[in-house]
Design a protein around this ligand. Sequence first.
Ligand code: ASP
Ligand code: MG
Length: 402
Amino acid sequence: MTIAVQKFGGSSVADVEKIKNVARRVVESKKRIDHVVVVVSALGDTTDELLGLAGQISLSPPEREMDMLLSTGEQVSMALLAMALNELGQEAISMTGQQVEIITDTGHTKAKIRHVGAERVVQELRKGRVVVVAGFQGVTSEGEITTMGRGGSDTTAVALAASLHADYCEIYTDVDGVFTADPRVVPTAHKIEQISYMEMLEMAATGARVLQSRSVEYARNYQVPLHVRSSFHPGEGTWVKSEDDIMEKAIVSAVTHDFGEAKVTVVGVPDKPGVAARLFGALADANINVDMIIQNVSENARTDISFTASKDELEKVKKVIGELVEDLGAEGSKLDDNIAKISLVGAGMRTHPGIAAGMFKTLADNDINIEMISTSPIKISCVVGREDGEKAVKVLHEHFSL
Ligand code: ASP
Ligand code: MG
């Protein structure tokens, strides 16, 4: 007996025609798969529109009310899809996060799943129905509605797949799968057939936008195979699974880019114990995610510390740094939002020396200056000037013959 969870993103259910199209696809797959659970995102840009409405009323609306608002988007699409399925003669029933018993913590707007009940889902599946679940939303043990952060429907789908011991989880989207680079930057980029959870996590963290990072972590923890594929044609997409199950391992799998970060430098901080701890402690207290960090060689007992953070958080960063410069006895701060972070991701790096050298040489040969470097066992990231961003992705993609 096979069970599959299928998730359809916002662009796949953007209007009534597309919803009908999804319904036809679900009916089609129901012929091959015994039990199908569908998770839907909100129609098209609904979530952005709802955020816009809230923004016209308040700059900092209560997060509980944001969740009450944002969770409505997915309830529209789940009901319409259930209707479309019934219209095609396939019995279907829609359910909210609460009805499914997707229990989360109380972190409104970025809640984490604690537990998935899914008893009612199982009962409905046994009746031969397709169950359509609203993505992105859950409920606290006190009955408060929560949402799980942008792109959270991916995580709903994976969590349900784990709880139902589904054979796999399919993520239907408007691209054909996971690519070796963004095809808009590198026209010769191609679809990857299989990739490991770890590589996918690094790709998501370094700028690839196909899957919410948390959903990949969840899939890895519960060993749920993911299939990222197009909702517009039946071709195979990309399978994300455990490294052991991948036969042909690439040394370098992909080049990713992130043009959404800025570099902040705190200049002339005293080189003594505790300074970095205070600086990054203050940023953490303000809930700011810091990515790369570099501390320079010190001269005259002073040093520069640079880090990158998302441009979206720049206002918060400025505020924290403004207060800290004086406190720390630093000479000042600099901000550069004209940067690009370019990363190479590949599980084979662990066992093949020379990948980093090849990356630096390729950039050098193309006259691209590296401003910062960071590595993990399966990733190398370089910060370069924004004007070199696209070129860096192209030349690296070519050099590593992806
Ligand atoms: N509708 C939500 C968003 O746009 C959740 C999702 O699409 O996964 O972020
Ligand atoms: Mg969406």
